[in-house]
Ligand binder design. Structure first.
Ligand code: ATP
Length: 490
């Protein structure tokens, strides 16, 4: 059932200009996608929702837009050159490559579905232990012992498990081939924040605790790409690094955990769609980590990570660059002594914009039975929060003549500066309504003959489908109130 819904969401995303496969005329490119005319609006709005909540509403958080290319030493310091890899395994018959941990996870799910709870728990425990020890042989043994077969060839003819680095590299400058010219496409945006820590702290005269927020592209050569825009090779992150006094990180970790969950709940899709998932295996830089998972049609999956990253990154960048990435804290401790110089600890919130986009589409997508008797039909509607909708107001003259288009254009020309409007004359009004429902437009107005004499229009509400007559002069305020960022941010 859920799989069916997911299929519908994916084809809806394509049909209504939200998401297209990249370079589709050439059969697409694995796990790379383009956002269409409605997708780009929704994505921009989701990004804005995050940015406003982080930067605009926090006096102690500022923004940054660092470059995608960074000095190669960045990735040495961050641990990505040595440690940013996934365990992979190939099937020799199908020549297909898999993530070993995902094969095991799929098997655990299968055991659970078949009612073999004990077997599932045992395998989970063994896999966690193998991951924790980075024990690739043990992982291979689990795949053998649990008789996992390749979904394509159906055989158990596996290679050994190997580590596969997920960073894309390319060459900078004219001299191809020289190892010195190798640069990476950033696998996370966070490092752009760390290397700018002093720049921002000094020029912005920031005082700990303070945060730096950034949104931007990140690249990972994922071994297998699955589930549409869930796991992409080029994706967008929205990250915030919060610099705190050492020893206070647990308090701030708890603070951001709660704040971020609240932010998700504000979207109004239902609190039961979200849950926390504590990490068993902590990343090399973390002293605590939790995911916020969303109930996608294919199950609960990570959408955001909140990590207590200690002073790992700043310390390593200090060592490798020879620059002191420190902060002087003039505040006094309980003994009346200044805290003095230290490397701040960091609590990070990191969310994938594309996963948020997918969660939003899945949660907002509805098929409803409307009408009675012969008129009965299914309407597809995206119940997006009004502030996020790609189009806020659709403007329809009832007919193409009698001066109705002229009045409709007049309204459009006044309101288009305030919010995204869409004008359409073609087809029956009912059809036009349906097309707007499908992209989540909260309001449609129809200009009819009465409009010419009374200066009123019919406004139709997306969710209730209620229609009412209002003065042309009141449209702007009504739409602005309903679509205000305050409805989400307050
Ligand atoms: P996963 O376990 O799913 O691979 P991760 O734990 O490696 O994710 P992080 O490194 O914590 O992810 O990245 C932070 C966020 O970036 C994730 O919560 C997710 O929303 C997003 N993200 C990570 N990898 C991808 C990807 N390949 N495609 C889309 N979004 C991604």
């Amino acid at each position: 059932m859920s799989e069916e819904i997911f299929k519908k969401v994916v084809s809806h995303a394509k049909e209504y200009g939200f998401v297209f496969p990249s370079s589709e005329i050439y059969e697409g490119l694995g796990a790379v996608y383009d956002y269409g005319q409605n997708g780009v609006e929704l994505k921009n709005n989701l990004r804005q929702y995050w940015w406003k909540s982080m930067v605009q509403l926090h006096e102690n958080i500022v923004g940054l837009d660092a470059a995608i290319f960074m000095h190669p030493k960045t990735w040495k310091a961050s641990g990505h050159i040595d440690g940013f890899s996934d365990p992979m395994i190939d099937n020799k018959d199908s020549k297909k490559r898999y993530r070993a941990d995902q094969l095991l996870e799929d098997k655990i799910e299968r055991y659970q579905k078949d009612g073999k709870a004990q077997k599932a728990a045992d395998l989970q425990q063994a896999m966690d232990a193998a991951l924790l020890d980075n024990n690739l042989e043990a992982m291979k043994q689990l795949i053998v012992d649990h008789e996992i077969v390749c979904p394509v060839s159906g055989t158990r003819n596996w290679t050994d498990v190997r580590q596969f680095n997920l960073m894309f590299s390319t060459e900078m400058g004219a001299m191809a081939g020289a190892e010195d010219n190798k640069v990476y496409l950033r696998p996370e945006t966070a490092q752009g924040i760390f290397v700018n820590f002093l720049n921002v702290q000094k020029t912005g005269r920031m005082k700990v605790p303070f945060g730096i927020a950034q949104t931007g592209k990140a690249f990972r050569n994922e071994i297998i790409a699955r589930q549409f825009i869930m796991r992409m090779r080029e994706f967008e992150q929205m990250e915030m690094q919060f610099f705190v006094r050492p020893g206070t990180q647990q308090t701030w970790y708890a603070y951001w955990k709660e704040a971020r969950m609240k932010w998700h709940h504000k979207l109004g899709f239902g609190a039961e769609k979200y849950r926390f998932h504590d990490h068993v295996k902590l990343a090399h830089y973390a002293d605590a980590a939790v995911d916020i998972e969303f109930d996608f049609p294919f199950g609960f999956k990570e959408m955001e990570g909140i990590h207590s990253r200690t002073d790992f990154d700043l310390k390593n960048h200090s060592e490798l660059s020879g620059k002191k990435l420190q902060y002087f804290d003039a505040e006094l401790d309980e003994n009346g002594k200044a805290y003095g110089n230290y490397i701040p600890y960091v609590v990070e919130t990191s969310i994938g914009l594309d996963r948020l986009f997918l969660a939003t589409l899945c949660a907002a997508f509805k098929e409803e039975q409307v009408g009675e008797g012969e008129q009965k039909e299914t309407r597809t509607v995206l119940s997006l929060p009004a502030a996020l909708a790609p189009v806020k107001l659709a403007i329809f003259p009832l007919t193409k003549k009698d001066g109705l288009p002229e009045l409709a254009r007049e309204i459009m020309d006044k309101l288009k500066y305030e919010f995204n409007c869409f004008y359409e004359e073609k087809d029956a009004i009912g059809k036009r309504y349906r097309r707007q429902d499908a992209i989540g437009t909260p309001f449609c107005i129809t200009i009819d003959h009465e409009s010419l004499t009374t200066q009123t229009v019919t406004i139709r509400h997306r969710d209730t489908m209620v229609q009412e007559r209002i003065a042309i002069a009141d449209i702007q305020q009504l739409v602005q109130n309903a679509c205000s960022w305050k409805t989400l941010l307050d």
